[in-house]
Design a protein around this ligand. Structure first.
Ligand code: FAD
Length: 408
């Protein structure tokens, strides 16, 4: 009898899982059930090249239709509302049912919502999927005010795209600095400088209390009474993992679906990969829920192997990127818990440098701005748990490569 693998969700993790399943020798059926009406597409450009008009929606597909046809993959549009693990049956919102032998949860995450007076006015958007990005684009008006709530990567990338499109852009951030959750104060200062050079106004330490307008948003109001005119509002205050389906089905969940190193849940027939999972990371010695394409891809490869009854778990170093203006930021590792930061290059007036994060002399993370080579080498240095002499790390004339070669 042909076995059937069902994948819930059709985004980065799902696209990679499909590819890896066939590579690992899965001969059975593959069915993908997704509530979005698209083939898996690249999500990162939604706040970048797609929003700024440099890329079309068609160009964002991860694989063309022919790829899925060739590999015998079928898609069904719908929302899975229940998993019956005993009988291995899925139920969709419209009542349809599907049986599976193996199940992959690639349900990802959703934008965190804020519940304030006026939050349902037209012109107020979140940015998680293609529909969100299309409706933001439809609301862009040159010369008008855009207010971004949240100074994280998505908020700042959106700000950079909207100012390119000729809008007047203000970013409102509740924390004392932008990017506080993910990076060092020096990096926040750098991005604050770059955004102000490009005309974006950033206000930190502010609390938004309500939105004003009749049918459409007109203004954003702060706790201290300050008002900002707004034709368009984009809220980027983080995401929440889509875990409810798994939780109700009795799978272990704790800020993400809990998976082991092989991306298996506590049900041997069910794996999970991507933003919706929480996994122990050997390099950092703790459980982490990561929100990034590289993680979705890495986990999907492992999950596919597990579906094929192969054990291919391995510790992968988390990495991320963010594009704003002409700056390509590449982040290797997680900087939380660092006790020292060292810079190579000029972060105060330039646009090309690396921030190295150290803990007890050991390199744990690096933020590389327009320095792809530093990024590649940092990944290796971090994975090797390298202790590097500070003097050498500081000296930009000593190629990072030589430090790697010196490591025993
Ligand atoms: P998701 O992309 O979240 O997809 C999950 C899918 O499953 C969704 O389509 C969802 O609707 C569907 N689904 C959920 N539950 C059900 C259900 N019950 N039934 C049917 N379907 C369901 N990452 C980077 O590494 N670099 C970047 O520069 C970057 N930029 C980003 C910019 C934006 C604007 C956004 C939104 C994200 C960005 N990310 C970036 C994050 C990256 O897109 C995510 O890490 C990645 O999409 C995670 O993929 P995933 O497959 O885990 O889940």
């Amino acid at each position: 009898m042909t076995q059937k693998c069902i994948i819930i969700g059709a985004s980065h993790a799902a696209a990679q899982l499909i590819t890896s399943l066939r590579q690992e020798g899965w001969k059975g059926d593959v069915l993908v059930i997704s509530d979005e009406p698209y083939l898996p597409y690249h999500r990162p450009p939604l706040s970048k090249a797609f929003l700024s008009g440099e890329k079309s929606s068609e160009s964002l597909v991860i694989r063309p239709t022919e790829f899925y046809e060739k590999h015998g993959v079928n898609f069904v549009q719908g929302r899975v509302t229940a998993i019956n693990r005993q009988q291995k049956i899925l139920t969709l919102g419209d009542g349809k049912t599907f049986t599976y032998d193996k199940l992959a949860l690639c349900t990802g995450a959703r934008a965190r919502k804020i519940d304030l007076r006026g939050c349902h006015l037209k012109g107020i958007h979140y940015l998680r999927d293609m529909e969100d990005a299309k409706s933001i684009k439809a609301n862009v008006a040159k010369g008008q005010h855009a207010v971004i709530i949240g100074g994280g990567y998505i908020g700042l990338e959106t700000a950079a795209s909207l100012i390119k499109l000729g809008m007047q852009v203000t970013v409102l951030e509740a924390a004392p600095r932008i990017l506080q959750r993910v990076t060092a104060p020096e990096m926040s200062d750098f991005y604050q400088r770059v955004h102000s050079e490009n005309g974006v106004r950033i206000h930190t330490n502010v609390t938004v209390t309500r939105f004003g307008g009749h049918d459409h948003i007109e203004k954003v109001l702060l706790a201290d009474g300050t008002e900002f005119s707004a034709h368009l509002v984009v809220i980027g205050v983080g995401v929440e993992p889509n875990v409810e389906l798994a939780e109700v089905a009795g799978l272990a969940v704790d800020n993400g679906i809990l998976v082991d190193e092989f991306c298996r849940t506590n049900d041997r027939s069910i794996v999970a990969a991507g933003d919706g999972t929480n996994q122990f990371n050997k390099i950092y010695g703790r459980r982490i829920r990561l929100e990034s394409v590289p993680n979705a891809n890495a986990q999907a490869k492992i999950a596919a192997a597990s579906i094929c009854d192969l054990d291919k778990g391995s510790a992968t170093l988390p990495w991320f990127w963010s594009d704003q203006y002409d700056l390509k930021l590449q982040i290797a590792g997680l900087s939380q818990g660092y006790d020292e930061i060292i810079f190579r290059g000029d972060r105060l007036t330039g646009y090309n440098f690396t921030a190295f994060y150290l803990k007890e002399g050991q390199l744990i993370a690096a933020d590389c701005v327009n320095r792809p080579q530093d990024f590649m080498l940092s990944k290796k240095l971090i994975t090797q748990k390298t202790i590097i002499p500070l003097k050498q790390l500081l000296d930009d004339s000593i190629p990072l490569k030589t430090l790697l070669l010196n490591v025993s």
